[in-house]
Ligand binder design. Structure first.
Ligand code: Q9C
Ligand code: ZN
Length: 673
């Protein structure tokens, strides 16, 4: 069966046909232009054309009643017939929301658009998609509108997916800067829906000022552990802060949970320039957040617009999200200098609060002595507050560079494989654009480690080196080679990197061979080896990870990949990833595909995979992952071996002095602040 492809885009200009009709400073930022600028940016970037356009529809009453009460629906139903005065009065019973004669119609369309997206993804019409909707949904509750939201689009969609498609595990990722309390209330006792939200909190001083937004609120009854709140107690959070939370909290839990569907409350008020969020993440971070979710649930990711009020960073962020759903190469991660103290404090608290529910967090540290986040360092906060309140904060004039263009190379995946190997769809044989450099051939021939008579080896090596050069020039995205001896090739390729155009190479090696000798001290390569041998970490750029069963235990491997390899990789920011495995490394094919897929977030997807000749059955699945086909789900993960957890934790602890993205607490690296 062919894998499902395609990205749905769901939008209808009708949802711009309502607006605030009176003066209300709290609501003036929620304007129709939010939707038009987002859609126009997608059209202008050529992204809308590449999506499957799916029409909106109105959600039915029965669908709205999956989440909302009849009384509430009946009340909202009357709003199209109200006078301006009545509308204003009706609005008053709720917080930070406004009504308009056409908002009921738009709210039905917003929910219906979300259901159309879920239908498109669940029936396999498309792989993933985004719905651009107004009004947003995540604040609205069973019997109340709130925070610009009328019907809870994503909650309705989750209930619908449970009911219509029998989906047993839904992950809702709420990356909007506000707490989606409506979603939390809807599923707080349901272990079938894992709700994750980070939100500006400022020790409960920020809207909606709820006690239940704090980290120690984890869900009730059978749903305990399935609500994850990450309170952000400072403004100005950056890319590192968000990415750390994904790598050290959301993703390990998500892989353990193993969702069948991922719904994203995709609010972009978390981005720089937003007047509500006052955070500082650049729009390209959403490409990475999106990408990191795309190997879950067989790729079934539905992003639904929530907030986002800066009319420049909003469309940019929407474009980054959609372009990633379409499978374009990721932008290089930027500004990853490590999370701030406040983000680390939150991360630590959430991990501690959830350690009893998720085995991947079992080893997390204790809660900091006694106090809750709401009560911590209040006096300092009060000082900050006074300063901020002096004049109205301006976020309009914050500037940031335009996100880099994401250029897809003409060649997606090039193969260097022995004659007779089947070339899977979507890739092609590598033919070097130039003849091998005679100097290089001479150099290769003179190397004592090689059997000089073996022309095949020399040809393969020179091909690989030419391939790497073309990847570096962005003419080719990725490559795969089957070779006679992966260790020889690795040595050579890394040595070549030291003298070539390659700026920084991340080498990921799965296998027990002794390979560290090939890593030079000059710092343009970093080698992470995962094996069951206890090698010494002799140089700073060689990181041996010794797991009890090598790569055989998928839980241990995933823990190492998510919490060690990826943070290192993101901070190192390689220009090329060399991914190598020996035939006896024992990795499960599905785990290997996850690894291959996740690594595509680095080096703009420039990955060169090298495997042993005998591994030709793995060529097709590996190429699929390189091409962006979602890796198969690993199934709900069991606990990793405690020895392995200890190994990974120890490494994180030792290495976090040099690599700040490895931190998960303020004090981990000596607490120097
Ligand atoms: N400055 C969404 O992003 N106003 N709703 C808070 C504090 C309410 C935001 C006022 C913001 C609601 C979907
Ligand atoms: Zn928001």
């Amino acid at each position: 069966m062919n894998p499902v492809t395609g990205t749905a885009l769901i939008y209808d200009a009708e949802m711009t046909n309502y607006k605030l009709l009176w003066v209300d400073p709290a609501c003036k930022i929620e304007v129709p232009e939010r939707l038009t600028v987002s859609y126009e940016a997608l059209v202008k970037a050529g992204l809308a054309d590449r999506c499957v356009s799916v029409p909106v529809r109105e959600a039915t009453e029965a669908e709205i009643l999956l989440v909302h009460s009849e009384e509430y629906l009946e009340a909202v139903k009357k709003t199209p017939y109200m006078t301006l005065e009545d509308l204003q009065e009706f609005t008053l019973q709720y917080g930070d929301v406004y009504f308009h004669p056409n908002i009921y119609h738009c709210a039905k369309l917003a929910s219906g658009a979300t259901l159309q997206l879920v239908d498109s993804v669940m029936t396999g019409k498309v792989r993933n998609g985004m719905a651009l909707v107004r009004p947003p949904g995540h604040h609205s509750m069973r019997s109340a509108a709130s925070g610009f939201c009328v019907f809870n689009n994503v909650s309705i969609a989750a209930k619908y997916a449970q009911q219509k498609y029998g989906v047993k595990r839904v992950l809702i990722v709420d990356w909007d800067v506000h707490h989606g309390q409506g979603v939390q209330y809807c599923f707080e006792d349901d272990p079938g829906v894992l709700y994750f939200s980070w939100h500006r909190f400022e020790h409960q001083k920020f809207w909606p000022n709820l006690r239940e937004s704090d980290f120690d609120i984890v869900g009730t009854a059978n749903g305990a552990g399935f609500t994850i709140n990450v309170p952000l107690n400072k403004v100005g959070m950056e890319n590192s802060d968000y990415l750390s939370v994904f790598l050290h909290l959301l993703l390990p839990v998500a892989y353990e949970f193993c969702p069948e569907l991922v719904l994203v409350c995709a609010g972009f008020d978390t981005a720089i320039g937003d007047p509500e969020g006052e955070m500082r993440a650049t729009p390209d971070v959403f490409a990475h957040l999106t990408h990191l979710l795309m190997n879950l649930a067989d790729g079934k990711v539905c992003a639904v617009l929530e907030g986002g009020y800066n009319l420049k960073s909003l469309p940019q962020s929407v474009c980054e999200t959609v372009q990633t759903l379409l499978g374009d190469p990721l932008p290089r991660p930027v500004n990853l200098e490590g999370p701030c103290k406040s983000a680390l404090e939150s991360l630590h608290c959430v991990r501690a609060a959830h350690r009893k529910y998720w085995s991947c967090l079992n080893h997390a540290g204790d809660l900091p002595s006694g106090e809750l986040s709401t009560k911590r360092s209040k006096s300092a906060e009060d000082g900050d507050q006074a300063e901020i309140n002096e004049e109205e904060k301006k976020t309009d004039d914050i500037v940031w560079p335009d996100p880099p263009k994401r250029v897809t190379p003409n060649v997606q995946t090039a193969l260097v494989v022995p004659d007779g190997t089947v070339c899977p769809e979507g890739c092609q044989w590598f033919c070097p654009s130039e003849d091998p450099d005679p100097n290089l051939m001479k150099q290769l021939r003179e190397n004592s480690a090689l059997d000089t008579d073996d022309t095949d080896v020399l040809t393969t090596l020179s091909s690989l080196i030419a391939l790497m050069d073309q990847m570096e020039k962005n003419e080719i995205r990725s490559g795969l080679a089957l070779v006679h001896d992966v260790s020889i090739v690795m040595n050579w390729v890394v040595q070549h990197a030291a003298t070539s155009s390659c700026k920084r190479m991340l080498v990921v090696f799965l296998g027990d061979d002794m390979v560290k000798s090939c890593i030079t001290q000059n710092g343009n390569a970093m080698l992470v080896q995962i094996s069951n041998k206890n090698f010494d970490a002799e140089t700073k750029n060689y990181i041996p990870v010794c797991l009890k069963k090598g790569c055989r235990d998928t839980s241990g491997l995933m823990q190492a990949v998510l919490t060690l390899l990826l943070p290192l990789g993101y901070e190192y920011d390689p220009s090329l990833v060399l991914l190598i495995r020996t035939s006896d490394c024992g990795v499960l094919e599905s785990a290997w595909q996850q690894l291959t897929g996740l690594l595509q977030g680095l080096a703009q997807g420039h990955t060169l995979v090298v495997m042993q000749e005998s591994e030709h059955p793995s060529v097709a699945p590996t190429v699929a992952s390189l091409l962006g086909t979602p890796a198969p789900a690993l199934g709900p993960l069991s606990a990793a071996l405690s020895e392995d957890v200890e190994t990974v934790e120890k490494l994180r602890h030792t290495l976090c002095h040099d690599w700040k993205l490895l931190q998960t607490t303020e004090t981990q690296c000596g607490g120097d602040g």
